[in-house]
Design a protein around this ligand. Structure first.
Ligand code: GTP
Ligand code: MG
Length: 261
């Protein structure tokens, strides 16, 4: 029996569940970060501390939500891949999405001072989020490749753009100069005009950031002879490497392992 005559309002609730046996990607993206980054004087095109703060939040996500197996971040966005077998909140989409976004945002605010000890947080950072589910590992990998290709295209463009602007061109002139240029033209421009070898720029800027659990060897103690006793364990790790080709994934088959049971 209903507890009160008002309880019928619950019938209006919907409770969408994410398809079973699919990989879940939650992508969050900073809201109006064009303005937020300007208000906080982030360096252009890449602010190392801002990116490291994002990475730190993503590490916290993997530590807090064990069913997240991989994360990829660039600029003001982060994608979190949940394992296909997760039963987290019975795969309720609202729960997964809202908890991800709010946890990430809280950590971002909490750790701001660690990364920007001399900058006051002037306005609340906030993020939007979406959930997409993919039925096969191949598509998850293609999704991540899509984000990393995007990182490359944007970073190469932005690096050229801001070098031109810093060298005295107006933003309009810089846009005009870059219109229709190919990747190799941009590399050439950086090299010829600014003596920059694009491939030597920090990997975090060029490749984005990958967060995953990796095997690390640790010394747990010294034995009687003073020799180190080592143990391997899985540690949440940040790296800036290629995830488009097969190497990364074939070296770590456990990350996106299909459940064959
Ligand atoms: P919405 O996401 O639609 O709300 O807009 P947005 O302003 O956040 O733009 P979008 O997500 O498309 O792009 C992210 C923006 O954040 C970039 O265009 C930059 O303006 C800014 N941004 C992100 N990372 C950095 C950084 O390291 N340095 C600087 N200067 N800006 C950054
Ligand atoms: Mg944004």
């Amino acid at each position: 029996m209903a507890n009160s005559k008002y309880e019928y309002v619950k019938d209006f609730e919907s409770d969408a569940k994410i398809l079973p046996h699919t990989w879940i990607v939650v992508r969050i993206d900073g809201c109006h970060f064009h303005r937020f980054s300007a208000d906080h004087m982030f360096e252009k095109p890449n602010d190392e501390n801002a990116l490291k703060l994002m990475n730190s939040c993503a590490v916290a996500m993997l530590q807090h939500f064990p069913d997240i197996v991989f994360a990829y971040g660039v600029s003001d966005e982060y994608s979190f891949v949940w394992r296909e077998t997760t039963r987290f909140y019975q795969r309720r989409e609202c729960k997964l999405l809202s908890l991800s976004v709010s946890y990430f945002t809280s950590v971002y605010v909490m750790r701001w001072k660690e990364f920007f000890p001399n900058k006051e947080l002037k306005e609340p950072p906030y993020f939007d989020g979406r959930v997409v589910c993919y039925p096969r590992v191949k598509i998850v990998r293609d999704y991540l490749a899509w984000r990393q290709v995007d990182c490359h295209i944007n970073n190469q463009y932005n690096t050229c753009f801001w070098m031109l602007v810093k060298s005295g061109k107006t933003e309009k002139e810089a846009h005009e100069l870059l219109k229709g240029t190919l990747s190799k033209d941009k590399n050439e421009l950086l090299f010829q005009q600014f003596d920059i070898n694009y491939d030597k720029l920090p990997a975090m800027f060029r490749k984005g950031s990958c967060i995953f659990r990796d095997e690390v060897e640790e010394t747990v103690k010294l034995d009687e002879g003073g020799n180190p006793v080592k143990r391997t364990r899985m540690k949440v790790t940040v790296d800036h490497i290629d995830i488009i080709g097969p190497k990364f994934w074939s070296e770590r088959p456990y990350i996106l392992k299909e459940d064959l049971k």
